[in-house]
Design a protein. Sequence first.
Length: 318
Amino acid sequence: MKAVAQSLFSISLISGAIAFLVGCSAKNTETITQENGEVWPAKITMSLTPSQDDPEGRVTRFTQLSDYIASQIGIEVELIPATNYGPVIEAMRADKIDIAQGGSFMYMIAYEKAGVEAIATRGSLDGTRNHYSTLIATSPETGITSMEDLVAGAENYTMGFVDAASTSGHLVPRGYFESRGLNPEEIFMEVVFSKTHLNAVMAAVAAKVDASAINERTYSRFIRDGRIKPEELIVLWESENIPTSPVFVRKELPVGLKKAIQEAYINLHLRAPDLMEDFRYRAMRPEMIWVSATDDMWDDLRKIAYNIDTMTLLSGSN
């Protein structure tokens, strides 16, 4: 099934893009001329990508973030909620969204389909970039205790992913299976997409799927917050380090505006320390800051995507 991933993403994008684009404000035509003569729009838009494990907190954080960015760049920033990743990419391609923060795979797709530019990513005070990992986990109720058990009995099992454009919830675990010569759609009884990382964890805990791809940060945060107990899941596999999600903008934005947005992120820990602490707690990274980003930081992930036979979302894919 050469185009399985492409089809899944296309369905997701089409089903949500029309409603999302209708919900976006009309393209702003008012402009402000800067002292250097560069012309900026009077308002830009920023997407709020979905999260069901803390929806109210996420809205609060990103409302504060958009207000902070507006205060730093001197123009209005409108926050627009999204239901999933696909419509955000389509909205950026249609010039309806100017700033987004999403998974690495979402960014790589947007880079090719919507012409976006990475400006920042999560790092640490010592200058290093943050990473995370993917887990494949199962409930003890399934009787599965290893990846070999899962693969050996795959024809009787349901495998869960998150979203077709998710890095930890799809790209990386699919890449693992394919590195072993295994096509999930061919070996498992059923492959399902939960749409959110919350759903992925809870489906695995409740044994509604036999195994699920889970973001390690989500898993650790749920344990920290007492939402699940460590003994409720068996971790069958953990990936190597994955680069954290970037902040990205439309390339067509004025150069000075892109630079101003980047500087707002990079200086967040200095200029809005309370908001930064909220992001740090959420990410479980006490020294997290935003650092500058360049597109080549995601080249290793692109290699994974290019080597997946059932992945045709990127132009270099087989």
